[in-house]
Design a protein around this ligand. Structure first.
Ligand SMILES: Cc1cc2nc3c(=O)[nH]c(=O)nc-3n(C[C@H](O)[C@H](O)[C@H](O)COP(=O)(O)O)c2cc1C
Length: 175
């Protein structure tokens, strides 16, 4: 019987979800099924699945608390399965910070959680100042200024490398 796959994500402005949708496409190309759930809608028992892929974006330095709670709550079961974690953030737009072992948020995440997924990946997200409420815009402009990124409030840049996402999707189908 085919392995049962699920992607569980947390996305605020939709970029992590867009990446998940690309992964779903890759599963379809490989004639494999995969379920897709927002963390807020996932009520199933994870034992219904063999391969669990978790994706979350960074906001103010951290991944969504529901994702962290979910991992902590299901740790024992997760350790018996093939698991994947990927993070989406803007710091990953920098080539020297776009790998699991070089992205500061991913490094910190795994220093604070007792979980070792089979595969860990990181993708650059999207910057869209016009979409952010005033306070967030000012904060992101500040973060961007600190990290030598664009600060023009009209900037709308998708940094996600879709070839990297597609290759990751293929890797997930084969694992
Ligand atoms: C309020 C806010 C805070 C953010 N904080 C960070 C941050 O601390 N570090 C970072 O690299 N990216 C940060 N980002 C960028 C997001 O991670 C990026 O836009 C990502 O694409 C969002 O994915 P999502 O749409 O799936 O939530 C922030 C974005 C917003 C709107």
């Amino acid at each position: 019987m085919d392995a049962k796959n699920v992607i569980i994500y947390s996305s605020v402005d939709g970029q992590t979800l867009k990446i998940c949708n690309k992964l779903v496409e890759e599963f379809k190309h490989s004639n494999k099924e995969v379920a897709l759930y927002s963390i807020d809608d996932f009520t199933e028992n994870i034992n219904n699945y063999d391969k669990i892929i978790i994706g979350a974006s960074i906001r103010y330095g951290v991944h969504n608390k529901s994702i962290i709670d979910f991992i902590n709550k299901n740790k024992e079961q997760l350790d018996t399965k093939k698991t994947v974690f990927f993070s989406v953030n803007l710091v990953a737009r920098k080539p020297e910070k776009n790998r699991a072992d070089t992205n500061p948020y991913v490094i910190k995440f795994f220093q604070n959680i007792d979980w070792k997924p089979t595969i860990v990946e990181v993708f650059a997200g999207k910057l869209d100042y016009q979409k952010y409420p005033f306070f967030d815009r000012i904060m992101i402009q500040f973060i961007m200024w600190m990290t030598k990124g664009p600060t023009d409030s009209k900037s709308k840049i998708e940094y996600t490398n879709w070839d990297k996402v597609a290759a990751f999707g293929k890797q997930l189908c084969k694992m």
